[in-house]
Ligand binder design. Structure first.
Ligand code: PHE
Length: 433
């Protein structure tokens, strides 16, 4: 049943049977491009984040095809050949060298090569095989930003001074941000000492942090304004942010920015000082700078208080009409008013894993999503044990079927679930219990 070729954004690609793993529902999502659909909450959130990174310094790109090479997505960024992100269980492949980008960083090298401006913003749909719940969907959206300085173009070649001077243009905020880490860590986050002085790298890191903090403060103050509009009794909690150490193969040092929201520290973005190899390989060895990547969907969920990531894919007017006109008038942004939920249909399935031990949970998730589509709200393991004699592992999952758009009958859930059960035995070699 596998197609011999597929067409995405007008280009056709040959599939290969060893690698191809893009199901029809994911393939058809490539044409939706929610980040380009005016008044869609993903589009609005993109506009809001972009407002913190104005032109001409930052040049926006939003029309890059989701089909990239393994080189673009992984090799060009320094991912080692055995990196787990490359596995077919995590990534959608068209053939051995072609895939659906897993992050907007896939375009870093090319954009550094082609772009003459001091910075860029790339917003795009990205694809990952993953769990199924209210905050995970195989397609989501990211924005990548980068800011570079050219040694040959700053006064006296003094990058640190130029960067610190440019920092003055970034709006400040009165919020105290936790940042307990030293600027460098010898193993985890080394200074790229072959290429940068400590003063240069520290200046770039400071510019990066100030830029991203300003963006987050802007996004959350808009969320707050929307909350007040919806509920004048809304109790304002002061915004808290903290920087934590991170690791990405294409930046050093690297950080994540976390925001305290609704009782939890939430990771909102990853960033760092760009590995000089990227600039060198892109033919611009005199440049240096920073890059970040942020997930748009989760920010949109916070901004509008959207409870389920599947709603972004809904064509239901009760959803879409709530955002009409906001793109042209961002200060009319309000909160999403949930329409009534239909009752859930939970169904359980338990099975013995195949004897050869070759079971990837994401394959299971995808079978469920492939059959149930967007009626699957959540898939959650609730029991697992290993048989003391045979050593075989048994797992039990609860699948919650529920549509946002219509009532599902019990029979409909039963039918879907039966199909899931059959497909699991056929495709994954599990033994139903
Ligand atoms: N691409 C990274 C991710 O998806 C985020 C990132 C972008 C980190 C740019 C550093 C620099 O997690």
């Amino acid at each position: 049943s596998q197609p011999s070729s597929i067409t995405v954004q007008g280009s056709t690609y040959q599939t290969d049977s060893k690698w191809f793993n893009v199901p029809p529902n994911v393939l058809s999502a490539t044409s939706r491009r929610l980040h380009l659909q005016k008044d869609h909450p993903i589009y609005i959130t993109r506009q809001i984040i972009e407002a913190s990174f104005p032109g001409p310094t930052f040049k926006p790109y939003s029309d890059l095809s989701p089909v990239v090479t393994t080189h673009q997505n992984f090799d060009s960024l320094g991912f080692p050949p055995d990196h787990p992100g490359r596995a077919r269980s995590d990534t959608y492949y068209i053939n051995g060298t072609t895939l659906l980008r897993t992050h907007t960083s896939a375009h870093q090298a090319d954009t550094f090569r082609a772009d003459e401006s001091d910075g860029y913003l790339i917003s795009a749909d990205v694809y990952r095989r993953d769990a199924i719940d209210s905050s995970h969907y195989p397609v989501f959206h990211q924005m990548e930003g980068a800011r570079s300085w050219d040694r040959t173009k700053v006064p006296n070649g003094n990058i640190a001074a130029a960067v610190l001077k440019d920092m003055k243009a970034i709006p400040g905020h009165g919020i105290k941000v936790e940042d307990p880490n030293p600027p460098f860590h010898p193993e985890r986050n080394p200074l790229q000492e072959a290429h940068h002085s400590a003063a240069e790298s520290e200046a770039i890191g400071r510019h990066l942090k100030k830029s991203l903090e300003a963006m987050v403060v802007d996004v959350f103050s808009r969320a707050k304004a929307a909350a007040f509009k919806a509920d004048p009794d809304f109790v304002d909690e002061p915004l808290q942010m903290r920087w934590v150490e991170a690791y990405f193969p294409f930046t050093s040092p690297s950080w994540e920015l976390e925001v305290y929201y609704a009782g939890d520290w939430l990771e909102v973005l990853g960033c760092g000082v760009v590995r000089q190899d990227l600039y060198i390989n892109a033919g611009v060895p005199n440049k240096l700078g920073w890059a970040f990547g942020i997930g748009i969907d989760r920010i949109a969920m916070l901004l509008f208080r959207i409870p389920d990531i599947r709603l972004f894919w809904s064509q239901d007017e009760r959803f879409l009409s709530q955002f009409a006109g906001v793109s042209d008038k961002l200060d009319t942004l309000g909160r999403f008013v949930p329409f009534s939920k239909y009752p859930p249909s939970p169904r359980d399935v338990s099975f013995w894993l195949p004897r050869d031990g070759d079971f990837h949970e994401n394959d299971f998730m995808e079978i469920v999503r492939g059959i149930g589509g967007d009626t699957v709200e959540e898939v959650k393991m609730f029991d697992s044990f290993t048989h003391p004699k045979t050593g075989r592992e048994s797992r039990a999952y609860r699948i919650v079927y529920r549509s946002w758009d219509r009532t599902m009958t019990g029979e409909e859930a039963n039918e879907l679930h039966e199909k899931v059960r059959q497909t699991l035995t056929q495709k994954l070699g599990v033994e139903l219990r």
